[in-house]
Write a protein that binds this ligand. Structure first.
Ligand code: ASP
Length: 427
């Protein structure tokens, strides 16, 4: 897509989002008649996820060459994501301790009831479940349920294995390379529908919540909580921005290039559905193929900075509401469990609200407390999803230099081994 086209598209998506907020605000539930347009856009994105993620990760990993070379970039990526997740949680904890949004909040019976129901239907999840979710006994079932973590895991193993089987592996790798390019083409086409899709998704989410006046009413009750989450998300997003500028020497243009993906993340409340667009925007920005095909898909499944931060704040908010004191030990436990809960959360709407049960369970807080948070969750979910996507994108930018140097090394090795000639780089 040319620069001019992508700028026009960006303005149209912004306009779509604003128009969506207005329509949802004014028409309330009536606006749900256009919900199908948002669903269509969402489905189109979801349609690409499974083939894209498999093709991108397999060809990305295979391009690293020798499987033993995979350890370092993989380890660095995981370390980077872990660190930024912990930073996000610490930002959340500091702010929630300073602002104390839960002190003096009245809990109403209906909210508690909804929380109870949600908790009962979601079931407990523990640490071992997260490890178990890494390896799927049935890849097709995982694909059907859009559980991306086991698919990414499989693709990494598959890509690595394909490089060790010699010549017979080459057509396979070429196939996934071609599949990746083709899927990216389709994503580029779907992007043209983002303005309408985002418009319809945002309008129907606000409409579903009862429109503007109903939303304002809930905001009045727990506005301090909403403000705490929003401030913390903004602080973290700005911090990531600074990290990106310092570490990758990329400037505001990176943010502008990623804006279409970020707005789509807000519109869809799903970082998985946004993943194809995140990759497309990163490509337009000129990031190396390895950071796009390896760092971003991995990040979209395990790196959820916004979710981690939100879970820490929400848990503390519930404690404050119930008047339960949370000491240093309990807060350290929150850091650990919120990290795990964010890794375990799928990139789908409100996944973080459910995995928060891990945090609440670990520190002994009543799970029904979630009820009161649900009224604003449709909105906060969208904001944290945008930060999740931003975290993945910045990760790719930060690790880009390292990925380029390993790409160059691989090319040099191939040249030396006579596998390619200087004017015909490996596919
Ligand atoms: N909706 C978020 C995402 O897709 C996950 C969450 O609920 O926090 O990234």
């Amino acid at each position: 897509m040319s620069h001019k086209h992508s700028m026009i598209l960006l303005y149209l998506i912004v306009a779509g989002m604003i128009a969506g907020l207005l329509a949802g605000w004014i028409f309330g539930k009536d606006v749900l008649v256009i919900e199908w347009m948002g669903t269509l856009f969402l489905n189109a994105l979801k349609m690409t996820i499974i083939p894209l993620i498999l093709a991108a990760v397999i060809s990305g990993v295979a391009s690293m060459g020798d499987v033993r070379k995979l350890g370092k970039p993989g380890g660095l990526t995981m370390l980077y994501y872990l660190l930024t997740t912990i930073i996000a949680i610490l930002i959340g904890l500091v702010l929630v301790n300073v602002i104390q949004p839960g002190v003096g909040v009245e809990m109403n019976a209906q909210a508690l009831h909804i929380g109870q129901q949600k908790v009962m239907s979601s079931g407990e999840k523990g640490f071992s479940d997260i490890l178990l979710s890494l390896v799927s006994p049935n890849l097709v079932k995982s694909a059907v349920n859009l559980q991306l973590l086991p698919l990414v895991f499989f693709a990494v193993v598959f890509g690595a294995a394909a490089t060790t089987v010699g010549r017979v592996g080459e057509p396979l790798i070429n196939f996934f390379e071609g599949l990746n390019e083709t899927m990216m083409k389709i994503v580029g086409w779907i992007m043209y529908f983002a303005p309408i899709g985002v418009f319809a998704l945002v309008a129907s989410a606000l409409g579903e919540a009862g429109g503007g006046p109903a939303f304002m009413l809930t905001i009045v009750g727990i506005g301090k909580y909403v403000a705490t989450v929003l401030i913390a998300l903004s602080v973290h997003a700005v911090l990531l921005f600074i990290i990106m500028i310092v570490m990758s020497k990329r400037g505001a243009v990176f943010l502008k290039d990623m804006a279409r993906a970020l707005l789509t993340a807000f519109g869809t409340a799903s970082s998985s559905a946004t993943l194809p667009l995140t990759m497309e925007c990163a490509r337009e920005n000129g990031l190396s193929e390895r950071s796009i095909r390896f760092v971003i898909p991995l990040g979209s499944t395990i790196n959820m900075n916004g979710t981690a931060l939100y879970e820490a704040i929400a848990a503390m908010f519930i404690a404050q509401m119930y008047g339960i004191h949370m000491g240093l030990f309990a807060q350290i436990l929150i850091v650990i469990t919120a990290t795990l809960a964010a890794v375990g959360a799928a990139g789908i709407p409100q996944a973080g609200t459910v995995t928060m049960l891990i945090v609440l369970g670990a520190v002994g807080l009543p799970a029904e407390g979630i009820g009161i948070l649900l009224s604003v969750d449709w909105f906060l979910d969208r904001c944290r999803t945008a930060v999740n996507t931003w975290g993945d994108a910045v990760g790719a930018a930060v690790l880009n230099k390292y990925m380029i140097s390993s790409e160059e090394k691989a090319l040099k090795r191939a040249l030396e081994a006579g596998e390619v000639t200087a004017d015909q780089p490996p596919g």
